[in-house]
Design a protein around this ligand. Sequence first.
Ligand code: ZN
Length: 228
Amino acid sequence: MKHQEAALVCFSGGQDSTTCLFWAKRRFSRVEAVCFTYGQKHSLEIEVARKIASDADVPFHLLDMSLIGQLASDCSLTNSDVAMDQEKPSDSYPNTFVPGRNMLFLTFAAVLARSKGIFHLVTGVSEADYSGYPDCRDTFIHSLNVTLNLAMDERFVIHTPLMDRDKSEVWELADELGVFDLVRTQTLTCYNGIIAEGCGHCPACKLRREGLEKYLERKNGKTGSDGR
Ligand code: ZN
């Protein structure tokens, strides 16, 4: 049954947040999307997000968070002079990590949502994410939820439908929601800014492909065993 309330989805046009967008459309009577710019090397990401939202009939808001690029000067996503870590360093976070990014995004999303009378926030963060970013953790999300409510004297609810899902399970959810092909052909996850299957060799592409292969193997395995 649909919630008779509205939700705002933190939306980047990637695999995870696109799956979240359609998850929210199933559950809420009104869904809007917010996309953040922060000096990404590939502004194509924004056009991809805008198109997916428009096709899905979801109002699209763009917030300029470019000050993040000013702060995270050693981050490979915002500084083209920094080569991207291909593996997670054993003693630290990969340089695709933008400190505090999810905290800032969710906080600004909440302020925007409140101005529109929306109190459900949806974000595609996951603890199963290979990088283990600290502000993707469930405990942080709960903590921020409390803080937002205290800060604005409201009752926000942050939803994290992907929290316990690995990439193969995110593909599975997209399939359940009937948007497997859309996610596969229209989303942009690749750090090198190539849509759909991507460049094939950056960490995001590897993660996406391995998840897809694992999911298809599981799905086809099931189909195969039905006949035996
Ligand atoms: Zn790639």
